[in-house]
Design a protein around this ligand. Structure first.
Ligand code: ADQ
Length: 749
């Protein structure tokens, strides 16, 4: 990120452990990967990290804590007991955590939790707004602060905001269960860049936004009002060098030798998790039991060291999980152990990092098998610690890390039988194979470490902001509008080419419902009746419909992309040179899709066929459209046809016609001193390209275009044309003097 901008990191917890010893606080920096990665950011220049210090601080102690944290470039958000309980333990950990990890039956939909979640997000916003300026970059982390991006955006509209979510984003079918789904999506969309660990998470998020909020997505970009928001995958890494070096440390090496001796040089398996139902602890114990049952020779020869970091064991689900886990460990040890050997060594506590490193280094096999995990860093730490490249990773395909570590032995933790066989395969894997796989995984983990992750995210955020800026220079604002209006007023001969659907009227489920409303007809009449104007409607629609709807206007028309055109004398002409022999064959293919896909239908025009899927279930329409295009592409190439992919339509037409060629005919008729073309889809690109460089070309919507200017919607087009026609806008007077015209309400058809 460019050095001139200050970065504010915001997360629920500050990267510090604060302990209250009867009024005397001690502060210890966290060693977690995220804290390390982000320290390369917040410890630079004026940057700062804002968050909860992790302890409830009495009012009379707050100033002291603020001072101590400030020295570490940290700024606290103080939470009360009630807030910790309802916002953090409640909404964050009992509602969002289970739902987003695909345990919907564990999710509590408690309105009180939601109210406090909102108020705590507002508290964060207030503190940030006291510190931030519009020129800062604000990078918000994780599911505890999903409302924060839009709360800040409201007060600082131009500020740069990135949001990264460390846990999965669930599929639409799960996410929609949340009563506050709209608020959550709108909250996140206050950011300019939204990052997740995997492509699947980004897909799920975009899917939920398009279905729940109705925004349109183009690839991984969403338009939120007139701001482009980019959704992308940024798989987090670890501090690779730290773990790699640590495993060569003298103490770690000595500890490893001691450990191996203690376990009698048995083969060592490890698992390291926080106590959580998402971690698949019980499934793993089941698979381990099955392994001992199926392969009795392993008895006395292998050991599993299981580390569990204590977590919320006063909450019912966690308490039950802990009890069940303890019971299973005791049973396995009781059923298979001997006087001199026990299969599982179980620890329920945190370990210092050099002990973790010892275990990583010593382990022949690491079992990282969550039911669901955003990423999982333990498996990456294991890979980084294997300096001699010996060791096998058994990894759940439900962990985000499985997308990168494809050389791990992959398991579905629900498939206990396969899971057991994979553990056996790991124990039996030849050394050469272990090294080959480990080398390839180390390549990935070392290249994509936490510092690269920080760099990739912040650079992309900067890029998105630049793209937004260049887009905003194309959007017609008050000044450009006035400039074009003055050119228009000075001109004596004007040619105005207007597309119809999506440009003058909104898209409709039924194409024949897009009838022009009275205000539009008044506006067009006014433009047509100006003797200095030549107005041409340039549409892909069939000529009969255009004639019925707009035939009374004193306007030229281009119908069916130019297969038909109407001159100003009201006469329709068609291109007799076009051949239609391809028609039956294409119709038959489209018909198969129309019959298979509820809601889709074929529109027949004189020289083209269109398959419409606007009324088809979201997702299915796109799937069938891709299949249809695939089926038809060779035929099209062989028959001089063109396939147009429009807004929820696929149209097949002769290559000989396009709007650009048709528009040229109008250009050649006269010498104009003002030429303007407005259109919304890629068939209008042919028109834009056919225009001379002096023409005013305007694209409706924000997809890439060769047009010079952009307007956001059909409403803005109407407002803009009203300004040119010097017409009174609904409810407004003398619009040329008004800075904002896009708020005027036009009726929807
Ligand atoms: P995290 O809770 O940070 O979650 P994870 O990625 O697995 O989960 O990292 C756990 C960290 O804790 C590791 O660095 C590990 O070394 C440490 N740890 C584990 N057991 C320990 C023990 N017994 N003693 C001491 N330390 C221990 C969230 C998401 C993850 C995502 C991360 C980062 O839930 O899916 O990978 O953020 O984005």
């Amino acid at each position: 990120m460019s050095s001139t901008k200050r970065i504010l990191i915001v997360s629920n917890r500050l990267p510090v452990k604060i302990q209250d010893n009867e009024g005397e606080f001690t502060y210890q920096n966290s060693e977690g990967g995220l804290a390390t990665g982000l320290s390369s950011v917040y410890q630079q220049g004026d940057n700062i990290w804002i968050g909860w210090p992790g302890a409830v601080v009495a009012d009379n102690q707050k100033l002291k804590v603020i001072g101590a944290l400030e020295e570490r470039k940290l700024h606290p958000v103080f939470l009360t007991e009630e807030e910790v309980s309802d916002f953090y333990e409640g909404f964050s950990n009992e509602t969002i955590w289970p739902l987003f990890h695909y345990f919907p039956s564990y999710a509590q939909f408690e309105p009180r939790y939601w109210d406090v979640y909102k108020s705590v997000n507002e508290k964060y916003a207030e503190i940030i707004l006291n510190i931030a300026t519009k020129d800062d970059v604000i990078w918000i982390h994780d599911y505890q602060l999903m409302l924060l991006p839009s709360l800040i955006r409201k007060k600082l509209p131009g500020v740069t905001i990135g949001f990264f979510q460390h846990i999965p984003f669930p599929s639409y079918e799960i996410f929609r269960l949340l009563p506050w789904r709209k608020e959550i999506l709108c909250g996140i969309l206050g950011a300019d860049l939204v990052g997740f660990h995997t492509y699947d998470d980004t897909r799920h998020f975009i899917d939920s936004v398009t279905r729940i909020l109705g925004n349109t997505a183009i690839a991984n970009e969403l338009m939120v009002e007139d701001r482009k928001v980019v959704i992308d995958a940024f798989p987090i890494g670890i501090d690779y060098e730290k773990f790699h070096k640590l495993s060569e440390d003298a103490t770690v090496r000595r500890n490893e030798r001691k450990l191996k001796k203690l376990i009698n040089n048995n083969k060592l398996l490890i698992s390291i998790d926080r106590l959580d139902y998402s971690k698949g602890i019980l499934h793993r114990l089941k698979a381990f039991r099955l392994l001992l049952e199926r392969y009795p020779d392993l008895k006395g020869n292998i050991r599993l060291i299981q580390l569990i970091v204590p977590s919320r064991d006063n909450v019912a689900q966690y308490k039950e999980l802990k009890e069940e886990m303890n019971r299973m460990v005791t049973d396995i040890n009781g059923d298979f152990g001997t006087f001199s050997w026990q299969p599982i060594h179980h620890f329920y506590r945190s370990f210092p990092v050099n002990l973790l490193s010892t275990l990583y280094k010593a382990a022949d096999v690491a079992l990282v098998t969550p039911m669901r995990d955003g990423m999982n860093l333990v498996c990456k730490e294991y890979v980084a610690s294997k300096v001699d490249k010996k060791g096998v990773l058994v990894l759940s395909e439900m962990a985000g890390a499985s997308r990168e570590l494809s050389e791990a032995l992959m398991v579905n933790p629900n498939d206990i039988w396969d899971f057991c066989e994979k553990i056996y395969a790991a124990l039996e894997m030849p050394e050469a194979e272990q090294k080959r796989r480990m080398t390839s995984m180390q390549d990935v983990v070392s290249k994509f470490d936490v510092f690269t992750w920080v760099k990739n995210f912040t650079e992309r955020l900067e890029e998105v902001k630049e793209q937004q800026l260049s887009l905003s220079t194309r959007i017609i604002n008050f000044e450009t509008r006035s400039k074009i209006a003055s050119q228009y007023q000075k001109a004596a001969k004007r040619l105005i080419l207007l597309d119809y659907d999506g440009t003058l009227v909104p898209f409709q489920n039924n194409i024949y419902s897009a009838v022009p409303d009275a205000p539009l007809l008044n506006l067009l009449e006014k433009l047509c009746n100006d003797p200095l104007n030549k107005l041409v409607i340039t549409s892909g629609r069939d000529y009969k419909t255009l004639n019925t709807w707009l035939g009374h206007l004193n306007a030229g028309m281009i119908a069916e992309h130019g297969a038909w055109y109407r001159t100003l004398d009201g006469q329709w002409h068609n291109r007799r040179d076009l051949n239609n022999e391809w028609r039956n064959e294409v119709y038959n293919v489209m018909d198969v899709y129309a019959r298979r896909t509820p809601g889709s239908y074929i529109e027949e025009k004189s020289y083209s066929l269109v398959w419409h899927y606007r009324r088809v279930e979201e997702g299915l329409g796109e799937l069938r459209a891709r299949a249809l295009m695939d089926d038809i592409k060779h035929f099209i190439a062989d028959h001089g046809l063109q396939l147009l992919q429009g807004n929820k339509v696929i149209e097949i037409k002769s290559m000989a016609i396009n709007k650009g060629k048709a528009a040229k005919r109008w250009l050649e008729k006269d010498d104009y001193d003002f030429i303007m073309a407005i259109g919304d889809d890629h068939t209008d690109e042919d028109t834009f390209k056919a225009m001379p460089s002096s023409a005013v070309t305007i694209k409706v919507g924000n997809s890439p275009s060769s047009a010079i200017y952009t307007l956001n919607s059909y409403k803005e087009v109407r407002n803009f044309l009203s300004v040119l026609a010097n017409e009174e806008m609904p409810g407004e007077q003398n619009m040329l003097r008004k800075a904002i015209i896009s708020d005027v309400q036009w009726p929807r058809n």
